[in-house]
Ligand binder design. Structure first.
Ligand SMILES: *[C@@H]1O[C@H](CO)[C@@H](O)[C@H](O)[C@H]1NC(C)=O
Ligand SMILES: *[C@@H]1O[C@H](CO)[C@@H](O)[C@H](O)[C@H]1NC(C)=O
Length: 191
């Protein structure tokens, strides 16, 4: 897998490095890019990952309702409903493009007044040097917003000590087929 690594010899502040990372163009060919590396006993890197998540709510559903409150249907945004999902992650927006992993976890409708969900899930990578590694996400999703951001709170294997964030944008919402495709951009610090 092609990598871009920028050695940071000066003690830049993290904020400047993150700003630099955000302003760098993304590489549409690969789903991950190394943005910098600095030596601190162990070297710390900032990795950018970019891929698409596919969720099917009907047919061969990848998200299923597992629980709800007796009063869930009295709320416009199904307060109290909990879903479990196992969604495919692909390098491009097409479901048939290269699979890089899965997103597995759950979300709970946790907002009484608008569509707001508590998300708790793992990215389970199955491709390249990330094969067998996971990243864990905890945050709030508001699917009606153009862009949402959640915390990456940790990881395993190559993502030990990981922290960062993921920004999600809706790419496709096909109500007829019950299919949603979201674009995910992650910035993750790791060793
Ligand atoms: C996705 O890829 C398949 C197979 O290559 C192709 O037939 C289909 O048109 C593509 N769909 C879109 C939306 O690009
Ligand atoms: C990922 O790792 C598993 C288990 O070690 C292995 O069976 C599989 O072939 C690997 N996949 C890729 C794409 O390297």
């Amino acid at each position: 897998m092609h990598l871009q690594t920028f050695a940071a010899s000066q003690p830049f502040s993290l904020i400047i490095l993150l700003f630099l990372a955000i302003s760098l163009p993304t590489n549409s060919q690969e789903f991950s890019t190394e943005l910098f590396k600095r030596e601190m006993g162990r070297s710390e890197r900032l990795t950018h990952l970019h891929f698409y998540l596919h969720e099917a709510l009907r047919g061969d559903a990848t998200a299923v309702v597992v629980a709800q409150a007796a009063t869930t249907y009295t709320y416009r945004y199904r307060f109290g409903e909990v879903l479990v999902f196992d969604d495919r992650l692909t390098e491009g927006p097409n479901l048939s493009s290269r699979v890089v992993g899965r997103a597995q976890g759950m979300y709970a409708h946790a907002d009484v007044e608008e569509l707001g969900q508590l998300m708790a899930f793992n990215y389970v990578f199955t491709e390249g040097r990330f094969n067998g590694s996971t990243l864990s996400v905890l945050g709030r999703d508001t699917p009606l917003s153009a862009e949402r951001e959640m915390s990456v709170v940790g990881g395993s294997n190559v993502f030990q000590f990981a922290r960062g964030y993921v920004r999600m944008r809706e790419y496709l919402d096909d109500l007829d087929r019950g299919v949603v495709v979201d674009e995910h951009d992650l910035y993750v610090l790791r060793y």
